[in-house]
Design a protein around this ligand. Structure first.
Ligand code: HEM
Length: 231
């Protein structure tokens, strides 16, 4: 590659992809998920024990569970707000038209070629997500929905006042669909593992695309801007 073509290849134009609402919910959700995974592992298998004091009880388990529940409701808030943004935010139309890209077979084919290193060029997209990315995000949202629903069933069993009391009757129905409380726990766990696999893949792909595409992929979720090749 000579100097001129190298320079042309590096020419970029800034493109506004993600609104501030999308970016903020992304990072709050990321923090909530990390807190939920750590505290969830503790609830499932108590891996630390409290310092022995003269106090009759130090509520360590209750504090871990409270942390889990607070982060859980933060996650629910983000989930609801993000769903609202997806349908009603003007900037989110770029997310919505990703579904059109997903139905275009040539984009899927070119995307596969790019990931299999058979082509150096990323296909041109109308939306913000490529078809494979969109599919993994749909799976993630399904796992999120399942973990929220089963989380609320567990919540209604450990807290009976206020919202817990209000949710008790409808959540008993969900518990019945799952085949009992033991199954609810198992489903909550399985959804957690789906989320863990998603998060690892998501971080890997973000770094991979940033390094290979040199278009500021990671920047999009910080500043909102992507830097697309001009040619
Ligand atoms: C990424 C999201 C989440 C992860 C990774 C996660 C993980 C876990 C895990 C591993 C457990 C232990 C289950 C057991 O063995 O008994 C648990 C329990 C629980 N989770 Fe979640 N969870 C998440 C979201 C939520 C949400 C949204 C809520 C709703 C408030 C919630 C409420 C609960 C409750 C109430 C328990 C039972 C606490 C207890 O038994 O004392 N979780 N979670």
């Amino acid at each position: 590659m000579n100097k001129t073509s190298k320079k042309e290849n590096l020419e970029r134009e800034a493109f506004y992809e993600f609104s501030v609402g999308i970016r903020i919910t992304h990072w709050i959700r990321a923090i909530a998920i990390v807190v939920l995974i750590v505290s969830g592992f503790y609830i499932a298998y108590v891996f630390v024990s409290p310092v022995i004091t003269s106090e009759p009880t130090n509520f360590m388990n209750a504090k871990w569970r409270a942390t889990h529940q607070i982060a859980g409701f933060v996650l629910i808030g983000c989930f609801l707000f993000k769903t609202y943004l997806f349908f009603f935010d003007r900037q989110s139309h770029l997310e919505r038209i990703s579904f059109k890209d997903a139905l275009n077979f040539s984009i899927l084919r070119d995307q596969l070629k790019y990931y299999l290193l058979l082509s150096p060029k990323h296909p041109h997209l109308k939306g913000v997500y490529n078809p494979l990315q969109l599919f993994s995000y749909i799976m993630f949202y399904i796992a999120l929905f399942v973990i929220v629903l089963t989380g609320l069933v567990l919540y209604a069993h450990v807290y009976h006042e206020g919202l817990g009391g209000l949710l008790y009757t409808p959540m008993r129905v969900v518990e019945h669909w799952c085949g009992g409380l033991a199954n609810v726990r198992i489903i909550h766990h399985i959804a957690m593992w789906v989320i863990i696999v998603f998060v690892c893949t998501h971080v890997y792909m973000a770094i991979y695309n940033a390094v290979r595409g040199k278009d500021g992929t990671i920047d999009t979720i910080v500043s909102g801007y992507k830097f697309n090749r001009k040619s």
